[in-house]
Ligand binder design. Structure first.
Ligand SMILES: [Zn+2]
Length: 272
């Protein structure tokens, strides 16, 4: 059974204080591509990683706070998810701002979206999705993280994401200490109290922006709040696009109104 979450740790203030503990201890915040060099030089560093699973607004809020503190992270975005769309107007604004703040762009790759694919199929999908992010946001994608990693992924095979490295390679998950807030809990070690920080060892620090807020909520409630905000957002968007939604009435079917696209076309003219 999972331990109870310590909610205080998931306020933005506590989050930033946690990062500053590392900086005060002589750590730098580095992109994944610098890890090998920094290791060879014996430096203290944090690979700060955010897997964006549910919500772009939450990611942007975290990105802004980090940027104010002069800290750059790597944000990993899903391309084939039903939870958000990085290519929509809304999504492009948010991801574009995150990249514009100086954060690094990564691909969060869901193998489950490629049912039955082998290593070659996953590699091809990974390359295609990374290329889409790079082309749209005009920023390089140097690294891939896996959403809900399978046994195959956890085996650390480099070929899955080649030529880009992925975050479960032994370099990133074993040589470098790995600490994660998955499910809204620091289940193994809380980073400020970790052995890694005490000993000055390099760390890959994975956080998920959905768990953080000015006033944090228990993990399940945090997700319900995001869901509720999404429902409001979609309702406003439906209303913007369709008079039926704006007026809250159901028109009777009639001549020329029995095709679904007919109502949509007229609503678009209304909105214009
Ligand atoms: Zn994920």
């Amino acid at each position: 059974m999972s331990p109870e979450p310590v909610l205080d740790r998931f306020s933005y203030d506590a989050y930033l204080a946690m990062l500053l503990r590392f900086r005060d201890a002589g750590y730098r915040f580095a992109p994944f591509g610098q890890a090998e060099r920094l290791l060879a030089e014996g430096r203290r560093f944090v690979l700060l990683r955010h897997d964006v699973d549910m919500d772009l607004d939450k990611a942007r809020q975290m990105a802004r706070r980090e940027a104010e503190a002069g800290i750059a992270a790597t944000y990993f975005f899903l391309v084939r998810t039903d939870h958000y769309n990085v290519f929509s107007r809304f999504g492009t604004e948010r991801v574009g701002e995150i990249v514009g703040l100086g954060h690094h762009l990564g691909l969060h790759f869901d193998c489950a979206a490629y049912a039955g694919a082998g290593v070659a199929g996953l590699r091809a999908g990974c390359s295609r999705e990374a290329g889409m992010l790079e082309a749209w946001f005009r920023a390089p994608v140097h690294v891939v993280s896996y959403h809900r990693p399978s046994e195959l992924v956890l085996s650390g095979r480099p070929g899955l994401s080649a030529p880009r490295p992925h975050t479960y390679l032994p370099l990133f998950s074993r040589t470098i200490r790995y600490l994660s807030d998955s499910t809204g809990r620091w289940r193994y070690e809380y980073p400020p109290e970790s052995e890694a920080l005490l000993r000055g060892l390099p760390v890959q620090l994975l956080t998920h922006p959905v768990w953080y807020a000015d006033v944090p909520q228990r993990p399940h409630q945090a997700l319900r709040s995001i869901l509720s905000a999404k429902a409001d957002f979609l309702e406003r968007s439906f209303a913007e696009h369709c008079r039926v939604m704006r007026e809250g009435v159901t028109e009777p079917a009639g001549p020329g109104r029995d095709r679904q696209s007919d109502g949509d076309d007229r609503a678009w003219k209304d909105a214009a």
